[in-house]
Design a protein around this ligand. Structure first.
Ligand SMILES: NC(=O)N[C@@H](CC(=O)O)C(=O)O
Length: 386
């Protein structure tokens, strides 16, 4: 990372370029205490390990925003209609995205469903598909075909462990009045599943997606090096008070309490190498966010792709963690996913702090337009066009 404070500038050996196998998770801690003085940052090949890019017109609108937001690698979620359940579908979907923007490296996933077999896992691995995403039934957008119990998938997980694929968990259990389960405790109640899966498949790489609670952070920390966790940009800022009555801040899992948000911030400040960015950027047409009816509620999802890198820098700086930006948005996730930087795949994204700029209020036109997170508010960092 290159940091500039006024005329002062110095090169730091924070990222070693390598063509070798991934190293164990023992990244050295970065020095602290100079974050507020930075005026320029250079990040090598930022990677977003959880993105929704949709299909059709919406995909055409939002796919170029991955690059616009500073990212050159995107880990693509499979909750389309119909969900991406086969290797053939995932490859066709990747081709669709590459036709829109060929400059991004799209890592593809399959949707965990009863149709997924160990044989399909082997085929998927050979075709370069990276992971399988599990959505518990009914907890979020397009999760009607989601899972109800994990045991029946053990043969699939066994195959994934054998061929070295990643299991991505949407970590919430469905609401149930009988057990007092609701959207505020759905994530803590899910953590027993995380522990059971890790115990049953200790070599299976598992990612607990978009953690929102102190309990989730602590659970991941107690697991071994094969378990990691993504954190979104918006959960670094929001708490329950921000989405109750504000539909554009509504997403699943919902933002929790100030102490939970503090746990997310702490683990980033700590520079913990198993916690990295997965934006969960999830665009919905403006009408499905703003004009809900008693029959059709407000869609869950917050859209951050077009402003992502400056937004993350803005938030990390606000809680004195800007010096952890490179690990959080590039090195840590890449290492976990075995997508480490090489001389060939590294390009630096430079950001400058040149006074606040206001985030656009919407992208696209008419009924297909999307409203980004932080719309109309200021961000202090901007990407320098190259
Ligand atoms: N995060 C969300 O609130 N929504 C996501 C689905 C998901 O990841 O839960 C979406 O696809 O819209």
């Amino acid at each position: 990372m290159v940091v500039c404070c006024g005329r002062w500038q110095r090169e730091e050996p924070e990222v070693q370029l390598s063509r070798t196998e991934p190293r164990p998770f023992s990244a050295p801690q970065q020095p602290t205490g100079r974050a507020s003085k930075m005026t320029q940052i250079s990040i090598p090949s930022p990677a977003d390990f959880h993105v929704h890019l949709r299909q059709g017109q919406m995909a055409t609108l939002v796919t170029p925003h991955v690059r616009k937001g500073g990212f050159s690698l995107a880990y693509i979620m499979p909750n389309l209609k119909p969900p991406v359940t086969t290797t053939a579908q995932a490859l066709a979907y990747r081709a669709e995205l590459e036709a829109i923007d060929p400059t991004v490296d799209y890592l593809m996933t399959l949707y965990l469903s009863p149709d997924l077999t160990p044989e399909e896992i082997v085929k998927a691995k050979e075709a370069g598909i990276v992971g399988v995403k599990s959505y518990p039934r009914g907890v979020t957008t397009n999760s009607d075909g989601g899972i109800e119990s994990y045991e029946m998938y053990y043969p699939v997980f066994e195959a994934m462990q054998r061929v070295n694929m990643v299991l991505n968990l949407h970590g919430e259990v469905p609401s149930d009045a009988k057990t007092n389960t609701h959207i505020l405790n759905a994530e803590p109640k899910f953590l027993t599943h995380l522990h059971s899966l890790h115990k049953a498949f200790p070599r299976l790489r598992i990612v607990l997606e978009h953690a929102t609670t102190r309990a989730a952070v602590e659970a991941v920390k107690t697991c071994g090096p094969t378990v990691a966790c993504t954190i979104t940009a918006h959960h670094l800022e929001l708490t329950v008070d921000d989405w109750a009555g504000q539909s554009f801040n509504f997403c699943k899992p919902v933002a929790k309490f100030p102490d939970d948000r503090e746990a997310l911030r702490e683990v980033i400040r700590e520079g913990h190498p198993r916690f990295f960015l997965g934006s969960d950027s999830a665009p919905h047409p403006v009408h499905s966010k703003s004009t809900s009816t008693p029959i059709q509620g407000c869609a869950a999802g917050i859209y951050t792709s077009p402003i992502l890198l400056p937004l993350v820098a803005h938030f990390l700086e606000s809680f004195d963690a800007l010096d952890k930006l490179e690990g959080f948005v590039s090195t840590f996730g890449r290492r976990f996913y075995h997508r480490e930087l090489t001389v060939e795949n590294t390009h630096h994204v430079v950001m400058q702090k040149i006074g606040a700029h206001v985030v656009e209020e919407k992208y696209g036109a008419d009924e297909n337009s999307v409203v980004p997170f932080w719309a109309g508010k200021e961000i202090s960092w901007q990407i320098v066009p190259n």
